[in-house]
Design a protein around this ligand. Structure first.
Ligand code: ADP
Ligand code: MG
Length: 402
């Protein structure tokens, strides 16, 4: 029998109505004679009782000084509640199901609590339960260290649990169920006319996800890409098959026919410009070493002989500025910027893409603070207040709604 993995995100589990849709998808897959592994996130979003952010808020109200290991122990609870709730609903429908937490499902991680990486998966127990005819519900977003401590995988981690399990189980595919119809040309929260993409390559969605399209976690895509295992991103609330994510080889024609696939955005970044007063060969090195030493990730880097420009997330901007001042420079700071990325596996060598970007943003009266490009992506840094306007203008200019 073939195995499929279905992953349900927080909003897909947060109401009785949503859970009813989840049951329908599970029943349908069983009626098609699949063995089924279901990966669940914690229910709901901030403010809802068992959501991950609610658990974090609870700690904030209670001293907020728990070590990372113990914090992970609390965070693991949200998925357990979801998983057991779903198990109960399935059993009530006469569907045999069992719950495994990350460790029981054989998910080994490193010991970076709060942002652990999966090191290996031993799916023996999952196979055993499947062979007993059960639906195996696995708590997403978690694993355990070699010494047996629970870990969590960071934001969007359940996506990675699902694809990594899919690969380990040699699943036919992984279905990521969520609250949108699939992968769209832009975030529908910003662009009402964003259009569903029927197929995208691993590389395209990986790029979109890295640049802020949080519909699926980039690490989850990378795991699937290495094993060439297809993913579908689709809505919990309909039977539509959504978006197929697959290898470039399978969909080369579609990718090449559209020079631009989609627009992603990432708010809350700060631009830092440092102009050196005197030329000294190791200024660049000192600055980037200081950032790395304090685990500040830098982006959008532009180095020239007399200075450097780069971006960091707003929440580490103060620290970054202090470090630069300690090195004797006075940086120029532009806070609250946004990165907007124009992504297209087929844009390489297509003339005029940058000209269209500049035209769209000029017409929309949005200033470009910085830009960068690779063969499949062009990024622009814009003032944060103009982010939505910029995304809409670019979406329109490249006729992505058509
Ligand atoms: P889940 O809880 O199911 O994991 P997420 O909130 O993580 O759901 O991801 C789904 C959200 O991703 C959507 O509600 C949508 O606002 C956002 N999103 C951002 N970019 C895109 C895009 N290009 N296509 C679809 N959704 C997107
Ligand atoms: Mg998600």
């Amino acid at each position: 029998m073939s195995i499929i993995v279905q992953k349900f995100g927080g909003t897909s589990l947060s109401t009785a109505e949503a859970r009813h849709h989840v049951l329908k998808h599970i029943s349908l897959a069983l009626s098609q004679h699949y063995q089924l592994v279901v990966v669940v996130s914690a229910m709901g979003r901030r403010g809802e009782p068992y959501a991950t952010d609610t658990l974090l808020g609870w700690l904030e109200e209670n001293g907020n000084s728990v070590p990372p290991r113990e914090k992970d122990m609390l965070l693991c609870c949200g998925e357990i509640i979801s998983a057991v709730t779903l198990c109960s609903l399935l059993q009530a429908e006469g569907i045999q199901a069992t719950v495994l937490n990350g460790a029981q499902a054989g998910i080994q991680t490193d010991d970076r609590h709060g942002d652990a990486r999966i090191v290996s998966i031993d799916p023996k127990r999952v196979h055993e339960e499947l062979n007993r005819g059960k639906v195996v519900i696995v708590t997403g977003f978690q694993g355990q260290t070699p010494t047996g401590d629970p870990t969590t995988l960071g934001r969007g981690g359940s996506d990675t649990s699902a694809t990594a399990l899919g690969v380990a189980l040699k699943a036919e595919r992984v279905d990521i169920f969520t609250d949108v119809t699939g992968i769209l040309t832009a975030d529908p929260r910003l662009v009402e006319e964003a259009k569903l993409l029927r197929s995208v390559s691993f590389a395209e969605i990986c790029n979109m996800a890295h640049h802020g399209a949080k519909v699926i976690h980039p690490r989850a895509v990378e795991v699937a890409m290495h094993a060439n295992m297809p993913i579908r991103v689709r809505s919990t609330f309909s039977e539509d098959e959504g978006t197929l994510v697959t290898s470039m080889e399978r969909i080369r024609r579609q990718v090449m026919d559209r020079s631009v696939t989609g627009i992603a955005h990432m708010p809350h970044v700060t631009q830092i410009q440092v102009q050196y007063r005197e030329g000294k060969y190791d200024h660049h090195l000192q600055i980037f070493k200081a950032m790395a030493h304090h685990q500040i990730s830098v982006d959008f880097i532009n180095v020239n002989p007399s200075g450097v420009v780069y971006t960091v997330f707003d929440h580490v901007a103060d620290l970054a500025v202090d470090l630069i001042r300690e090195l004797g420079h006075e940086p120029r700071i532009t806070m609250d910027c946004a990165k907007v990325a124009i992504i297209g596996g087929g844009m390489n060598g297509v003339p005029g893409v940058m000209a269209q970007i500049v035209e769209a943003l000029t017409e929309a009266d949005v200033s470009i603070l910085q830009s960068a490009d690779s063969n499949t992506t062009i990024w622009v840094l814009v003032p944060g207040v103009d982010m939505a306007k910029a995304v809409r203008a670019l979406h329109h200019k490249f006729q992505l709604h058509a």
